[in-house]
Ligand binder design. Structure first.
Ligand code: XMP
Length: 317
């Protein structure tokens, strides 16, 4: 049966109304299509809504400003919480991907709880979608990874959860977002994971690595998007840069160099559950590689990931 966005919107609003009732709720706005859609649904369904954006310091370059601007455009009154230091300190020396995800999931909740306390808030509304809990080992399935908003949640939390998008998939969320009147730059945004660059920096996270990856990611996004605009390639479903924990030997000028390796990943997918790597034109990849190695002096090598999902996952951790 095909998905009926209009019917879904009515049911989701009723679900939020019945669940939250007259209590106050926080909506965790990450800037992605899922949380914006959940926020727009909640804004129609509950009168006491507080929208919060946690700046984890692990966001893409310029992301905070973009999210604030988008929220303003759709009349969402957004409170920004600066938590970069907190996240970096808690993640210092952590290399295990699952441990990273648990630390991030728990930190998000503790921050929401702190905010909730100030205003007697009872509910946390999240934009969790079906693949998040399926991959986190929901129902009878094996755990692939703990999505920060499901398997990464702490065992004990004081906020009750309300997840209106829990049963639907990304392409359906986009339909709902469009029907709700959200602007194109929100509903057509590529997916971005809640743990952000933490799952794209393989191994230990440092400030230096975050900065390198923000710069590399910006170049990758810019070049892929502009090639798609010129109709040279099809815009992939998701496209980004990741940073490996090892360095490799190269040459800079006449001298030996020992520098980081950036991986470019771009995939075609419908719902993120399976994916094929995008067959991006070599010219575009070459431009990305040249720009990254010219503009980021700590990077000496750029590689392209040609792994499908399965056996790979889309993110690196
Ligand atoms: P994987 O890496 O599991 O990713 O193949 C599938 C899709 O999910 C996104 N992703 C996440 N989204 N919280 C999220 O909100 C998470 O913890 C998380 N982990 C992965 C990923 O970007 C891709 O679109």
């Amino acid at each position: 049966m095909s998905f009926n966005a209009e019917k879904f919107i009515e049911e989701a609003k009723r679900y939020i109304k019945d669940t939250v009732g007259k209590e106050k709720a926080i909506i965790a706005l990450s800037g992605g299509v899922d949380s914006f859609t959940a926020a727009a649904l909640a804004a129609h369904a509950t009168p006491n809504l507080f929208a919060i954006f946690v700046d984890t310091g692990l966001m893409r370059k310029g992301e905070r400003a973009k999210v604030c601007e988008a929220a303003k455009k759709v009349d969402i009154n957004l409170k920004v919480i600066d938590a970069g230091k907190k996240f970096l300190t808690s993640l210092r020396n952590v290399t295990d991907p699952e441990q990273k995800r648990k630390i991030i999931g728990e930190l998000f909740i503790r921050i929401f709880e702190e905010e909730a306390k100030k205003d007697n808030v009872a509910y946390l509304i999240q934009g969790t979608i079906a693949p998040d809990w399926i991959e986190s080992g929901g129902g009878t399935r094996d755990k692939i990874k703990s999505h920060h908003n499901v398997g990464g949640l702490p065992e004990k939390m004081h906020l009750k959860l309300c997840e209106p998008l829990r049963e639907i998939y990304k392409h359906e969320v986009r339909e709902v977002a469009k029907k709700l009147g959200l602007p194109d730059y929100i509903y057509s945004r590529q997916p971005f994971p809640g743990p952000a660059l933490a799952v794209r920096i393989v191994g230990e996270i440092t400030e230096e690595k975050i900065k390198i990856l923000q710069d590399a990611g910006e170049i990758a996004e810019e070049e892929i998007e502009s090639a798609a605009k010129r109709n040279e390639i099809e815009l992939p479903w998701q496209y980004f840069a990741a940073l490996l924990p090892t360095k490799a030997v190269g040459v800079r000028g006449d001298e030996r160099a020992y520098q980081y390796i950036v991986v470019i990943r771009a995939v075609r997918s419908l719902d993120g559950m399976t994916a094929n790597f995008s067959q991006i034109d070599w010219k575009v990849l070459q431009k990305i590689s040249t720009r990254i190695t010219n503009e980021i002096r700590e990077v000496g090598r750029v590689v392209y990931d040609i792994t499908n999902k399965p056996p790979g996952t889309i993110e690196f951790e």
